[in-house]
Design a protein around this ligand. Structure first.
Ligand code: UVW
Length: 320
């Protein structure tokens, strides 16, 4: 068996750029600060057709939701419904109306979601240099709540890598770089502009609903962006505020060069403060973009304001 000498992520990212302090010592939303009023108006200027698309996957599907291995899909349970009234146990109120209630158990990363900037770290520090001890028992710093309070609105651009490669879905572990994004953008006739919300389709989440579940999770390796110093610098130079993909972790599971798992979570989110939106359902939007040729749009989203949350579900809305 091949034994690889995998470097520590801090070694891999030793010279990687950081935006810590750029928006002040108390900042908790990072590169979302790039989404100024001008960016919002730029997004609005793309709206021409009155079409809307929601990007969340269905949550609490009894057939299973796509989740990172080790997590569980959301489970919704009825705690009050007509059955209670049928057996005389439903509460009676003045006026005699009846009602249904339910509760849900879920991993906050267990649906389409925003990661909090403090979701991952190395070397004892999270985004903006906050101490990793601030994550104990709930994120006291850089939780998802400030992202929910702020909201995310700007010009979004879809890059359909799967379609660009003539595939319904990329292969497990298949990689692409920022140069591939630029090639795909050119082929689509769209320009990735500075401060765009970058939405990347691989077909992966859509395939979850068509594949055998055991096969989907077997030797789990998602396709995705792969780490290089040039790619990180490109995100930094482009001032990308938010990366949205239809995969569970927004990057190839294991960097094929270094062997490190999920290095972009640290390079882009911990160090640059780029918000990550994962498990987006992009197929309907991508089909429409291929049809009308409009790959730029108004992107709007706000994760739930979970106090101390490491992430929170979201149903982004795209308007063309
Ligand atoms: C992990 O934490 C593994 O990834 P995600 O950001 O998808 O939750």
């Amino acid at each position: 068996m091949e034994v690889r000498n995998v470097p520590h992520v801090s070694e891999l990212l030793a010279n990687s750029p950081k935006n810590w302090g750029k928006w002040g010592p108390e900042d908790e939303v990072g590169s979302l600060n790039y989404l100024t009023a001008a960016q919002i108006l730029k997004g609005i200027a793309t709206v021409r057709q009155g079409k809307t698309f929601t990007l969340q996957v269905r949550m609490g599907d009894p057939d299973g939701d796509p989740v990172w291995p080790g997590r569980q899909g959301a489970k919704r349970m009825s705690v009050m419904d007509r059955g209670h009234y049928n057996c005389g146990k439903g509460p009676v109120f003045p006026g005699s109306y009846q009602y249904a209630d339910d509760v849900m158990f879920m991993y906050l990363q267990g649906s389409t979601q925003y990661d909090a900037l403090g979701h991952v770290w190395y070397d004892d520090q999270i985004w903006n240099g906050y101490d990793a001890d601030t994550t104990i028992g709930g994120l006291a710093k850089a939780s998802v709540c400030p992202i929910g309070e702020r909201g995310v609105v700007g010009r979004g651009v879809l890059i359909d890598i799967a379609r660009h490669r003539g595939k319904d879905v990329l292969d497990p572990g298949e990689t692409f770089t920022h140069r591939d994004l630029l090639d795909a953008a050119q082929a689509q006739g769209v320009t990735i502009e500075k401060r765009d919300i970058l939405v990347i389709r691989t077909g992966w989440i859509g395939s979850f609903y068509k594949r055998d579940r055991a096969e989907f999770y077997a030797n789990f390796k998602e396709p995705g962006l792969t780490y290089s110093p040039e790619l990180v610098q490109w995100f930094q130079d482009m001032e990308i505020p938010n990366l949205v993909t239809d995969t569970i972790a927004n990057e190839v599971t294991t960097d094929p060069v270094s062997g490190v798992d999920l290095p972009l979570h640290n390079a882009l989110m911990r160090n640059l403060g780029i918000a990550l939106t994962e498990i987006a359902q992009l197929d309907a939007l991508a089909d429409d973009c291929a049809q009308d040729g409009q790959y730029a749009f108004l992107y709007t989203a706000a994760p739930l304001k979970v106090v101390g949350g490491t992430g929170a579900p979201v149903n982004p809305i795209v308007i063309k």
